[in-house]
Design a protein around this ligand. Structure first.
Ligand code: ZN
Length: 194
């Protein structure tokens, strides 16, 4: 089933999402929410989705970046973004720790602010501790684009949208992003918006 994508302005996107208890995670209801989130993310398509975006105030995020999503993106941009395909991850009650002080400026968008993009400064490297959908602990280090997705999605669990963190003068609609910035290098973005 595809779920409705809640758009900016709806209060659930501004609340702190609730920690998921183990028995709640294992319930049919929560497992279904996860399945439906996956279907909704792939349908959009997008690379990350947080439960509040489908109206569920739960600390659950999912992320997936498929090689086929990279086809329209110039190779130099993918390399610059350190963007690599990875398989689906379901992260429950994720805890984020930033590693080092390297930061990147890139445009990002959000399924809850459809049709717009803006530059957001994000840490290059993060460590994540979470539960998987079966309740098993997982932890890993992420860098580059995957680290950006994780930071964006965990922000959703805390009621934060990228517009709270964006460099506001970079804000653009999708059409103008494609015209002006789709092929831009990090150095060009940084020069324009630092
Ligand atoms: Zn988002």
């Amino acid at each position: 089933m595809l779920l409705k994508l809640y758009q900016a302005g709806q209060p659930v996107l501004r609340n702190k999402a609730k920690t998921v208890k183990l028995n709640q995670l294992k319930s049919k209801q929560t497992q279904e929410v996860i399945d439906f989130m996956i279907a909704t993310l792939r349908d959009a398509p997008g690379v990350g989705l947080a439960a509040p975006q489908v109206g569920e105030s739960l600390r659950i995020i999912i992320l997936e970046d498929k090689a086929k999503y990279h086809e329209p993106v110039p190779k130099e941009v993918l390399a610059d973004q350190k963007r690599k395909a990875f398989t689906l991850k379901v992260l429950v009650n994720p805890e984020l720790r930033i590693i080092g002080s390297d930061e990147n400026l890139f445009f990002e968008g959000c399924l809850s602010a459809d049709g717009y993009m803006a530059v957001v400064k994000r840490a290059d490297k993060v460590h994540v501790k979470a539960l998987d959908r079966t309740g098993q602990p997982v932890e890993f280090t992420a860098a580059g684009w995957q680290a950006r997705i994780i930071q964006h999605e965990i922000d959703h669990l805390n009621g934060t949208l990228y517009v709270d963190k964006m460099i506001s003068k970079s804000f653009t609609n999708l059409k103008n992003f494609n015209l002006k910035w789709r092929k831009a290098k990090q150095s060009q973005i940084a020069k324009s918006f630092k």
